[in-house]
Design a binder for this molecule. Structure first.
Ligand SMILES: O=C(O)CCC(=O)C(=O)O
Ligand SMILES: [Fe+2]
Length: 352
């Protein structure tokens, strides 16, 4: 596979809150970028820089907690409910690469924490002991709310550009049955690069509508070129407050392939020499908010995207059925012993 760079100019979302002409201009460029690339970078999206700085601060503090404390909020050994802390090796995305058909089975070296809406009655969130990190839960809940508001603006922007009713998309996403995940890819010895099965996160598409992603300045995120499949381009970490938007499977289905889900992965950046003169691959933090249709919503393509020339390509599956099908394989039956994998982890400084 070819690796390369690509131009990633950030779209300026302040236009969305400007004059009707400016708004139309932003919506059209968002549509065009997502239609051709499956990914867009956006600045001035309304989530304040200060809140994003705090996001990375809270993320680092959570992952720096002792292992036993993170395990107070532990994710179940199965994919569902997708809530809580997953230790390194617990979830392996290679299992769902190319919809489960990937030839090379890599293993992800990452730890994650997943949560849903505090109003979600089906799946409760799992938190560390409140006294250990008092600011964690309130911050994460507040950020979830900010991300939901931004999701709704982005849905409106796409609806406007597509000339469909924004309220249809809003109704389909009204329950905020989304997931918010923070990720830590730990610092590892440079010798890890010699293992071809080691990676940060294997290539995959996300399952929902849109993913709103923030990354620190370490680098390693890559996305497949939709015009030249098989080629992956770096998504350079310009400013950590820049939002990266990915199209997910559900929006591909709802729009009958007008948008195509962005296949992406996280690879290792170049090794550096640390303060002790040891060659290491620097650690990385990121945060991903997965906006999803309501569980009960059908992913059958919206009528406007179906015509005689473009017959309906997808059936009447609900968002929940699709999610469960995709998520099922993520947690291998035999995850490696947690103690062994955490032993290699050194703290990662946030580089925003
Ligand atoms: O860490 C990243 O930048 C990407 C994470 C990701 O793709 C995911 O969790 O689905
Ligand atoms: Fe992803």
């Amino acid at each position: 596979m070819v690796q390369g760079t690509s131009t990633w100019d950030s779209l300026d979302m302040s236009l969305y809150w400007g004059t009707p002409e400016e708004k139309a201009q932003f919506c059209a460029s968002l549509l065009e970028t997502l239609k051709t690339k499956g990914v867009a970078k956006v600045k001035n999206h309304g989530i304040p820089d200060e809140q994003i700085r705090e996001l990375f601060d809270v993320t680092r503090k959570f992952f720096e907690l002792p292992y036993d404390e993170k395990m107070v909020a532990k994710h179940p050994p199965t994919s569902n409910p997708n809530r809580g802390y997953s230790f390194i090796g617990q979830e392996n995305v290679a299992a769902i690469s190319k919809y489960g058909k990937a030839e090379v089975k890599t293993h992800d070296i990452k730890e994650t924490f997943d949560m849903g809406a505090s109003t979600d009655l089906l799946e409760a969130n799992r938190w560390p002991t409140p006294s250990t990190l008092p600011a964690f839960r309130p911050f994460m809940e507040t950020f979830y709310t900010s991300a939901f508001a931004l999701e709704n603006h982005l849905l409106s922007a796409l609806a406007l550009a597509l000339d469909i009713s924004p309220s249809d998309l809003h109704t389909m996403h009204s329950a905020a049955e989304n997931e918010f995940r923070i990720l830590h890819y730990p610092t590892v010895p440079a010798s890890t690069l010699a293992d071809p099965t080691a990676t940060r996160i294997a290539e995959h598409t996300d399952f929902g509508t849109l993913t709103l992603l923030f990354q620190d300045s370490t680098g390693g995120l890559q996305v497949e070129d939709q015009q030249h499949p098989g080629n992956f381009h770096d998504v350079p970490p310009s400013v950590s407050s820049d939002l990266i938007i990915n199209i997910g499977d559900s929006l591909q289905r709802l729009t009958n392939d007008t948008f195509r889900a962005a296949c992406h992965r996280v690879t290792f950046p170049a090794a550096v020499v640390d303060d002790n003169g040891v060659e290491v691959i620097p650690g990385r933090y990121s945060a991903a908010y997965f906006a999803k249709p309501n569980r009960a919503a059908s992913l059958r393509p919206i009528g406007r995207f179906v015509s005689e020339e473009r017959p309906c390509r997808y059936g009447d599956e609900t968002a929940w059925e699709w999610n469960m099908k995709r998520i099922k394989a993520l947690f291998p039956a035999e995850a490696p012993a947690a103690a062994a994998v955490t032993a290699t982890v050194a703290p990662t400084a946030v580089k925003v």
